[in-house]
Design a protein around this ligand. Structure first.
Ligand code: SOE
Length: 397
């Protein structure tokens, strides 16, 4: 119903909470939306930062108990941007309360948890969304269009790399992203989840078998909290500290086979000195190749092998024109958007989908089907690394 509002309750206000707050705030400024997202309630554990964050971003209310939001009939959608161990309880309760749910990636710590969350949204028949925000980089969405237009043809190779370096200092504490109990895995669930999803999205292909290895370079770290985001002031925490065992991967590599016959290599690490957030993917097909690198956010590289030999070469396409996905909503060509807008684009697509599931380009992706498919790949790699063997996805599902 055009003109209606969409009341959002957001759980979590740290790094992702900030990205989501900004997304709900900005989406109606750039997109003509069929419903108006209203930043109804922000939920978090610690009262003072919660109050301050609610005020800063313009959330109308705040609460320390997410169940209050579930009881409130005014709230339409529960947005979950808390650490992974808290996803299942909140998502399942929100579905049971018949709220639409938008959950951060990875869906959960394990396939079993993700399956229960998936079953809950299916049973309750509520709209479900996963914030795989890199799908909504214009260049990534354009890559998918080129695959759909059969410009790449049969896929031979895929190469996914997600490189960070923020924990290579041994003084960085055992923060939640490094806790098996809280995060489930390390760089694997945090970073590979994105690349796995990007590959599924761009290619429309599915993983069938994987073979992986994990490495943990620093086995013990001081117990402590991360301030926010991916940084902590290591200077402040030097000196004698209680140490804890690192039980997650610092880095992961895996090989994969795809349903369409292609093969792939993936790597994710938090120890790639000099790379703070380098997310890249490359696809080589029969008719052409695609390359996306987050550090060149606005560009998609395309090699069209169907051109006459004299015209062949890598093209660097600036995905900022009105014809490129999302780009026309913002600024004139070559006035680029960035990381924050991947969340704004996601929020806009969610609102359009909630308003009218059929009119808004069919099924919304990424939904919980996609979240669960990604989780199956994550789990298969985990089993493979543990048991030192190839694992077929059928063993997991
Ligand atoms: C941390 O490693 C992180 O913030 C991920 O959790 C995000 O999903 C990614 O976009 C950037 O890195």
């Amino acid at each position: 119903m055009p003109g209606d509002s969409l009341n959002v309750g957001l759980v979590g206000y740290q790094f992702m909470g900030k990205a989501h707050s900004n997304a709900w705030l900005q989406a109606p400024h750039f997109f003509d939306l069929p419903r108006q997202p209203v930043m109804h309630t922000l939920c978090g554990r610690s009262l003072e930062p919660l109050k301050a964050t609610a005020k800063r971003w313009g959330w109308k209310n705040y609460t320390q108990d997410y169940r209050e939001m579930l009881k409130n009939p005014e709230i339409d959608l529960i947005d979950v941007s808390v650490p992974n161990n808290a996803h299942p309880e909140i998502v399942i309760a929100a579905a049971e309360a018949k709220k639409a749910v938008a959950c951060e990636k990875p869906l959960a710590r394990t396939y079993e948890e993700a399956k229960a969350m998936h079953a809950a949204v299916k049973k309750a028949k509520v709209n479900n969304y996963v914030w795989f925000n890199y799908r909504r980089v214009p260049a990534v969405a354009y890559a998918r269009q080129l695959v759909e237009q059969e410009r790449i043809g049969k896929i031979f190779h895929v190469r996914g790399l997600y490189l960070q370096d923020w924990i290579k200092d041994a003084n960085i504490p055992l923060v939640w992203r490094l806790s098996k109990e809280v995060a489930g895995s390390g760089s694997h669930g945090d970073l590979c989840a994105h690349t796995i999803d990007m590959l599924r999205y761009i290619s429309g292909d599915e993983f069938t078998e994987v073979c992986g290895i994990f490495e943990t370079f620093i086995k013990q770290r001081p117990i402590g909290r991360m301030v926010e985001g991916l940084t902590t002031n290591a200077q402040e925490i030097k000196g004698p500290r209680e140490m804890g065992k690192v039980e997650v991967d610092d880095a992961v590599w895996f090989l994969c086979k795809l349903k369409g016959g292609g093969v792939g290599t993936f790597e994710a690490t938090r120890f790639a000195t000099g790379y703070h957030n380098a997310n890249s993917i490359e696809i080589n097909g029969e008719k052409g190749s695609l390359r996306f690198d987050f550090s060149n956010f606005s560009y998609l590289e395309f090699f069209d092998d169907t051109l006459p030999a004299s015209e062949k070469g890598w093209r660097r396409i600036s995905c900022t024109t009105g014809n490129h996905p999302y780009a026309g909503k913002y600024w004139p060509a070559d006035h680029p958007i960035g990381y924050a807008e991947t969340f704004v684009n996601t929020a806009a697509d969610i609102v359009a989908h909630v308003a009218d599931s059929k009119a808004s380009a069919g099924d919304f992706h990424a939904n919980f089907d996609d979240g669960l498919a990604c989780q199956a790949v994550l789990e298969a790699v985990t089993v493979s690394a543990k048991e030192k063997r190839w694992v077929n996805l059928k063993e997991i599902k």
